[in-house]
Structure formats: structure tokens, C-alpha cells
Design a protein. Structure first.
Length: 348
């Protein structure tokens, strides 16, 4: 650590760096507090709205899981409904067939999903684009039929029901506490993914998306980066399945279908691909449009398609990117007015 010889203080660059980190942490904490407070106020005593929050949280986690390999690495894997199902069934099996806490199911589901993603990545490492999407899509379909056929393990088409509610050392939290905990968990994962995006590893991963040769020159193998990204993404998606099954207390083969993957692809586009926060924001928009639009619940997916098309045309950077653009324009307008003399402003 560089220290000034005469005053014994940190050099200005290090001080500025620590200041930026502190401001970034403060902003992240403020965003989390505001989001949790807004969600709790909106939910109130409504059980239906609580279910919508849990669904949006699950969507957000699956979208964050896809964000790592899809947005950062450019790997178009479509197996994330299977990874979410692994997390859900892991919790259900641990709770129903063992005396262990359901939290061990969260850990086991994430590990198993990451291992499956790594194996699938090894098999498909020479594929990309449409071919990778097709093979991983077929894997998701095959996994669903395996879940239906493996009756002794998964309960077959009927799934696993009557799962005990969430408990922490014997204490069963209320619905409001679970809602707040789910939102906080999604925000924490979004913060970690966004910091991963800005890290050296994340920057290198994004560089490999553009040019493998440029990364190899630095002594890094792009294939290894993508494998790690696939494992991280699968574990996050498994957390989404674990969270959802803990809220609905049941899981069936129809709980987490391919429809989830197709929706999750558009969530970062809606919210904004430039930051990991765009994925959960897009999940909120998807749930609001498809399930909570008064008078349009039967045509929610059509409205979502129109909304995505409008965002792509008007705001290619997503809602967050458009908000940042509006804020920059507003600041520049205010600054230009301050710099313009009163006499000149009147003459103009």
C-alpha cells in the first residue's frame, strides 16, 4: 500500500477508489431498501400479490442465471428451465424424504445444476448459435419427460406436493417476511452478478464473446471461461426453482416449463442488458404485463410481445438505459441553462 512520506495518508488514487466503492455500496443498499419497501407497500395483505412477487423473484433469478452465459459470454443455452426444476425438486426431495433442513436442498440443487451444466457444456462446447440453442432445448424437453417417467423419485406427472412451509430453526416466518426475504435475495444476487460483470473475470468473459483470439493472447482459454459461466448461471437458476417451490409448497413437471426460458430471454432486453439489474426489472415487467394487467390477463403474452417490440425500437438499451439517457439529457439541459446569461436567454 502506497503511503505519502510526509503526511502518512493514502495516495489520492487509492482514496478515490475507496470512495467510489463506498458510494457504489451505498447506492446498492439504497436501491435494495427502496425496492423492498415499495414491494411490501404494494403487496399489503393480498395473498395473490404475494404469489406474484414470488413468481417475479423466481423469474428474476432464472433471468440472472441466463444473464451470465447469454449476455456476458454470448452462449445461447436454453436449458435453464431444467436447472430451475433441479433446484425445485432438490428442495422437495430433501424435505419429503430426509430429516434435513430444506436449506440443504438449496445447496444440493445449485451444486447438481452446476454439474449438469458443466457436463452439457462439455458435450456442446463445439456448438454455438442456433445449434447450441437447439441441443440445449432438446435437453430441457428430455429432462421434463424424464421427470414424468421417474415416478419413484419425482412423483411422476403428479409431482411432489404437501411440502412443509419454510422454517428457520423451527420458526415459520409470515408471508410478508418471506416476500421481503425473496426480494432481498434477488437484489443480493443482482449485486453480485453486476460486480462479477465489472470484475476482471467478467471483462475477460465479455472480450471472449467478441474475439476468442484476443483472450488467448492473454493466456486465458475462452472455453474455460464459458464453462465457469455456465456453472454459475445454472446455480443461480436452481436458486430460483428452490425459492419458488418453497413458496407454493409443491412442484410438478408443469411448474417450470420451456415457456420460462423464452420469457427469461426477453427480461434483460426489457430491463437493460448493460447491467445485471435489468434482468429482475424485466421479470417484474413480464409478470405485471402477463398476469397483473387489469382487463388483459387473457392476452398478456401478446401485450408482452408488443412491449418488447416497442422497447427494442424506442429504447434499445432497455428501461434502465432509457432512464439513464433521459437523466443525462435533463442534466445537460439544466447545465446549459445555468451557463446561459440571463440577457442572452431573454434575447433568444
Amino acid at each position: 500500500m502506497a503511503v505519502s512520506m510526509d503526511k502518512g495518508v493514502l495516495d489520492p488514487p487509492q482514496t478515490q477508489q475507496r470512495g467510489r466503492r463506498g458510494r457504489r455500496t451505498t447506492r446498492e443498499l439504497a436501491v435494495t431498501v427502496v425496492v423492498v419497501a415499495a414491494v411490501l407497500i404494494w403487496v399489503g395483505p393480498s395473498l395473490y400479490r404475494q404469489d406474484l412477487v414470488f413468481l417475479a423473484a423466481m423469474y428474476g433469478l432464472v433471468a440472472l442465471g441466463m444473464y451470465v452465459p447469454f449476455v456476458l459470454a454470448g452462449s445461447m443455452s436454453m436449458a435453464y428451465s431444467a436447472y430451475a426444476a433441479i433446484g425445485a425438486y432438490a428442495v422437495a426431495l430433501v424435505v419429503k424424504h430426509t430429516d434435513w433442513s430444506m436449506w440443504w436442498g438449496w445447496i444440493a440443487g445449485a451444486i447438481v445444476a452446476a454439474m449438469v451444466a458443466l457436463l452439457l457444456g462439455l458435450v456442446t462446447q463445439r456448438l454455438s448459435g442456433f445449434y447450441l440453442a437447439a441441443v440445449t432445448l432438446l435437453f430441457s424437453i428430455a429432462f421434463k419427460y424424464w421427470v414424468i417417467d421417474a415416478r419413484s423419485i419425482t412423483g411422476g406427472a403428479g409431482g411432489i406436493t404437501r411440502i412443509p412451509p419454510v422454517s428457520v430453526f423451527g420458526w415459520e416466518p409470515s408471508g410478508s417476511i418471506l416476500v421481503a426475504a425473496a426480494v432481498v435475495f434477488v437484489c443480493v444476487i443482482a449485486v453480485l452478478v453486476d460486480r462479477l460483470r465489472k470484475s476482471v473475470w467478467g471483462i475477460t468473459l465479455q472480450a471472449s464473446r467478441e474475439s476468442d483470439d484476443a483472450v488467448r493472447v492473454g493466456g486465458v482459454k475462452p472455453a474455460h471461461l464459458r464453462m465457469v459461466a455456465l456453472g454459475i448461471g445454472a446455480a443461480i437458476a436452481a436458486f430460483g426453482g428452490s425459492l419458488f417451490v418453497g413458496s407454493v409448497q409443491a412442484v410438478t413437471p408443469e411448474t417450470l416449463t420451456l415457456n420460462l426460458v423464452f420469457l427469461a430471454i426477453f427480461m434483460p432486453i426489457i430491463g437493460g442488458r448493460a447491467t445485471a439489474w435489468g434482468a429482475p426489472l424485466g421479470a417484474v415487467v413480464v409478470v405485471a404485463v402477463t398476469l397483473n394487467m387489469p382487463g388483459y390477463r387473457g392476452s398478456g403474452e401478446l401485450l408482452l410481445a408488443l412491449a418488447v417490440l416497442l422497447i427494442i425500437i424506442v429504447a434499445p438499451g432497455g428501461l434502465i438505459g432509457y432512464a439513464q439517457w433521459c437523466w443525462t439529457r435533463l442534466r445537460s439541459m439544466v447545465a446549459s441553462r445555468r451557463e446561459t446569461p440571463i440577457g442572452e436567454e431573454g434575447n433568444s
